[in-house]
Design a protein around this ligand. Structure first.
Ligand SMILES: NC(=O)C1=CN([C@@H]2O[C@H](COP(=O)(O)OP(=O)(O)OC[C@H]3O[C@@H](n4cnc5c(N)ncnc54)[C@H](O)[C@@H]3O)[C@@H](O)[C@H]2O)C=CC1
Ligand SMILES: O=C(O)CCC(=O)C(=O)O
Length: 528
């Protein structure tokens, strides 16, 4: 039974989902990094919100970890690079809290426009300062959206409903989508010149860090107001402070800060600054949504291999997963065979080709190619799986090619994996028997039919009489039982191959003896 640890405060709905789906779950919010590292080892899954920092150290202390689920959108508290390198899938819940966060941005805009927090404090203090709090209308004002993805689009929709004019800066926003949303796509400079309110809705990346820099804040209209419900670090806080105290900006509303928890900041002293403690996603509805979603996604992955909303792996839907699973096993086995043959031969890997023919070509091929890559690279590089295999191949400069053949051959589905080195090419092909059982059907273009077994021996020889008898005798004299025996040849008297499955690993001394037999070209033990 897979085990999941929930290390942040998640809605109880998550615990219920995990339990209902047959996953053992422990709820331990509030642990220190050291405490978490000390207990993480047995867990297959880790569900977090934003308090837990999923660092390289934590991932290294978690040998069983297969998936990290972030109940939320931003994954900046997860070291995705380390997770990928260790073959751990990282998932988020991209939509569950989007409406709630957009509503918070709109609420912040109203709070700023009408100085609601200050007015409330003053009124509760018994001061009836009717003349102090003169606001501005939102109607007819220009809202500048920096980032127009899920949340930005919802903010745009609500702002259009308020009869605001919305301009958006987002390099990935298409003109068509902008028209659909009723927003005008503009360059950042134009947005800064025109906006009465600016609201940020991008992730924090190298490109977006300090997107509202001192220089860009200075470009804003005098009297403009800034709202940040995305990430601290998008706005230069010191420059914002200066722009507010100089009177250049009329106000700012901040839900997120460069350093969190933000317990002190010069901005807190300013009347025209509204602050909330990273509450963008904090509604009962959003927290229930993200908890349910993350638990279901993690359970799907741990129980069936279905992948949704992964940051570092291609998606596999719950419907696809059962059909893909046996093909993934086939791809991984073919890759493992090609990889082991390549290791035996030596050489520098230049490319890995994965070819698809028949029904399998119509399936979601990205996870299949990833599984084939994992199979090929694992014998060479150790801890490689579907998650990190594409990255490992890229880092090693190995070209990965996927080919789909229109032709229909002898098999309803055929998958071929070829490894190209600076010395030669090694290809193996296989199919599924009964849509479920992986079967090898070709090695180096030579037809040979065999099931995969944990221990196999692959021999290439010259196709002349005498080999089979001598080979059988060497194994028999060593007390080694042959479970299955498969032969193939390119042409009469030409290159021949022999693949046997054994009941256990072949001892080195016996392998050495096989290699010295007349007609034998090469003998390679294989493990699956
Ligand atoms: N305050 C809170 O509690 C919450 C904050 N967030 C933050 O909101 C952010 C946005 O969330 P979503 O809209 O769901 O993400 P999203 O991925 O749907 O949208 C982000 C948009 O930013 C755009 N973008 C990327 N780089 C850009 C650049 N250099 N300049 C301008 N635009 C750029 C992208 O094209 C995309 O359209 C998240 O990354 C997260 O950091 C999300 C949920 C809750
Ligand atoms: O879980 C939270 O409260 C933070 C939400 C958030 O920032 C996100 O989903 O990116």
């Amino acid at each position: 039974m897979p085990r999941v640890l929930i290390s942040d405060k998640l809605s109880p709905a998550a615990v219920e989902i995990f339990r209902r789906r047959g996953i053992e779950v422990d709820l331990k919010p509030g642990l220190s990094p050291a405490e978490l590292r000390a207990i993480i080892a047995p867990y297959d899954g880790l569900a977090v919100r934003s308090a837990t920092k999923v660092t390289r150290e934590l991932i290294e202390a978690a040998p069983n970890l297969k998936v990290v689920g972030r109940a939320g959108i931003g994954v900046d508290n997860v070291d995705v690079t380390s997770a990928t390198a260790h073959g751990v899938v990282v998932m988020n819940t991209p939509y569950g809290n989007a409406i709630t966060t957009a509503e918070h941005a709109i609420a912040m805009m109203f709070a700023l426009a009408r100085q609601i927090p200050e007015a409330s404090t003053s009124t509760k203090a018994g001061r009836w300062e009717k003349n102090r709090f003169m606001g501005v209308e939102l109607f007819g004002k220009t809202l500048g959206l920096i980032g127009c993805g899920n949340i930005g689009s919802i903010v745009a929709d609500r702002a259009v409903g308020l009869h605001m004019k919305v301009v958006a800066y987002d390099p990935f926003l298409s003109e068509r989508r902008a028209v659909e949303l009723g927003v005008e796509k503009v360059a950042l400079d134009v947005l800064l010149e025109r906006a009465d309110f600016v609201t940020l809705h991008t992730p924090l990346t190298e490109q977006t860090r300090n997107i509202l820099s001192r220089e860009n804040l200075a470009r804003l209209k005098r009297g403009a107001r800034v709202i940040n419900c995305a990430r601290g670090g998008l706005v230069d806080e010191a420059a914002l402070h200066d722009a507010l105290t100089s009177g250049h900006l009329a106000g700012a509303a901040l839900d997120v800060f460069e350093t969190e928890p933000a317990t002190e900041s010069p901005l807190f002293a300013l009347e025209n600054v509204v602050c909330t403690p990273h509450l963008g996603a904090a509604t009962a509805e959003a927290q229930e949504n993200v908890a349910l979603q993350v638990a279901d996604q993690m359970a799907d992955y741990l129980l069936s291999g279905a992948v949704s909303n992964a940051i570092n792996m291609p998606s596999v839907t719950a419907e696809e997963a059962p059909r893909l699973k046996p093909y993934m096993a086939l791809a991984q086995l073919l890759g493992a065979m090609a990889g082991q043959l390549t290791v035996a031969r030596g050489g520098v890997i230049r490319a890995i080709r994965v070819e698809y023919e028949g029904h399998v070509a119509e399936l979601n091929r990205r996870p299949l190619t990833a599984a084939a890559l994992a199979g090929t690279l694992a014998p060479l590089m150790g801890a490689v799986n579907m998650v990190n295999a594409p990255v490992v191949a890229k880092e090693r400069g190995i070209e990965v090619a996927e080919t789909v053949h229109e032709r229909r051959g002898d098999y309803a589905s055929l998958l071929r994996v070829t490894m190209v080195t600076d010395r030669d090419e090694k290809s193996v092909a296989g199919t599924l028997v009964g849509e479920a059982r992986p079967r090898l059907v070709e090695i180096k273009g030579i037809a040979v039919e065999a099931d995969f077994a944990p221990d196999m021996l692959y021999v290439t020889n010259q196709d002349r009489p005498g080999f089979i008898g001598r080979f059988g005798m060497v194994l028999a004299n060593a007390g080694i039982n042959i479970a299955t025996f498969h032969l193939g040849r390119a042409a009469q008297g030409g290159d021949a191959i022999c693949l046997v499955s054994l009941d256990g690993p072949i001892p080195e001394s016996v392998l050495a003896e096989v290699r010295t037999l007349p007609l034998v070209v090469q003998a390679t033990p294989l493990r699956f």
